[in-house]
Design a protein around this ligand. Structure first.
Ligand code: PHB
Length: 395
């Protein structure tokens, strides 16, 4: 209630200022008032834990730098997007139109991201994507005010095919949730696996966020591939791992995946996850001072082990801190703000990364295996991997 009243008062003041030609209130707002930061994330449903990890990471990065943005205090606004694409535009509009946020941080689900993309392209509000990998956001629908700190959906799987063939798995089955994230992860897998000489004998799928895997697991057993590759994440991934083992496939048909499969689920999945090999832009066991410091600080503050989502949130916070510092808190200084973000070097727990021309991370992909509830790094599967950014024209 307080928030809404404040917004109304403020816009009334601005209308007054515009009609009298007095722009002082606007200047005061840019420099003195709080920066309005919107979080649009899933806090319920199969991706709920991912949303929490991202928010934790964002807050930790900002707090480490004094809890302000370019010297200004922060007012937070939150919307639970429920990973529901049909409410994407409406939820993003709540933050942009109603709450008048200066920056919208969100979201996890690729379909919901398309709603955010529409709202932020129309309004020009700064948009930071802390997870959703939908290609269009940094390809055909790229925009100067949109920056992604995570990945594109095909980035991890572009590093997967070669690794599977190197283990001698020549025939594979692919299985996923049928929506943009799964379909685009498949694009990366298909390209890398067939290029390495592998054959995909069947593509299986079920609608998001269904977890009735039984019939599909029975089909995999009868197809007898050399290996299975997949995209699942969050609560659904934990169930898929457990069901795969319960169906008797673990130890018989090796399971591979885009690394989200084993992120944030290792307690819930238990021993059923041991031995799963994945590719991802992060690994718990990266042996660097930066990663160790991050993991200790996160575990101490939140009493939780961080995962890739926490890292992506943390890097979103770092990017915002750097951008805001470059414009001394005036996020309306857009050309200077964008330039600072475009040239930022993010000192991430995943390793240092930079922005591609289309505003997506250029980053290393690690090959990992699950051992004792940890994603252990086996090596670098692809060095400095950039998304193609195909069709991106920044006007
Ligand atoms: C997506 O929908 O883009 C998505 C969701 C969860 C993940 C990765 C990608 O872990």
């Amino acid at each position: 209630m307080t928030t809404r009243r404040l917004v109304l008062t403020r816009s009334a003041a601005l209308v007054g200022a515009a009609s009298t030609g007095l722009l002082l209130p606007q200047i005061a707002r840019a420099q003195g008032s709080k920066v309005r930061v919107g979080l649009m994330l899933p806090y319920t449903g199969t991706f709920a834990q991912l949303g929490v990890a991202i928010e934790n990471g964002v807050r930790m990065a900002i707090d480490e730098k004094g809890g302000k943005l370019g010297g200004r205090d922060i007012e937070w606004f939150k919307v639970d997007d429920e990973s529901d694409p049909s409410k994407g535009v409406e939820n993003a509009s709540k933050l942009v139109q109603r709450d008048k946020v200066d920056v919208l941080i969100g979201t996890v689900h690729s379909g919901v991201q398309m709603g955010i993309q529409k709202v932020v392209r129309d309004s020009g509000v700064l948009s930071l994507i802390p997870n959703a990998g939908v290609h269009a956001a940094t390809r055909a629908l790229c925009a100067p005010n949109v920056f992604r700190t995570s990945f594109t959906n095909s980035q991890p799987t572009l590093a997967l095919g070669h690794a599977m063939m190197a283990k001698g798995h020549k025939k594979a089955v692919w299985i996923t949730w049928k929506y943009a994230a799964g379909d685009e992860a498949f694009e990366g897998f298909k390209e890398s696996y067939t290029k390495a000489g592998g054959t995909i004998i069947k593509e299986l799928g079920l609608p998001f966020p269904n977890v009735e895997f039984q019939a599909l697991l029975t089909e995999i057993a009868s197809l007898k591939p050399d290996a299975v590759a997949c995209f699942f994440a969050g609560g659904g991934a934990a169930k898929f791992i457990r069901d795969y083992a319960a169906a008797g496939l673990k130890g018989k048909i090796p399971l591979y995946g885009s690394g989200f499969l084993t992120e944030g689920v290792l307690d819930a999945a238990g021993p059923a996850a041991d031995g799963i090999i994945t590719t991802m832009h992060y690994s718990d066991s990266l042996d660097t001072p930066r990663n160790k410091q991050f993991r200790t600080a996160y575990a101490t503050r939140f009493k939780l082990q961080p995962d890739v989502y926490a890292v992506q949130g943390y890097d979103t916070g770092q990017l915002l801190v750097q951008g805001a510092a470059a414009v001394k808190g005036d996020l309306n200084s857009k050309p200077a703000l964008y330039k600072a973000m475009e040239s930022a070097v993010i000192d991430s727990p995943r390793g240092k990364w930079t922005m591609s021309k289309s505003h997506n991370p250029v980053q290393d992909m690690y090959l990992r295996v699950v051992e004792n509830k940890e994603n252990k790094v086996l090596g670098v599967a692809a060095k400095g991997l950039a998304d193609s950014g195909a069709g991106c024209k920044m006007g």
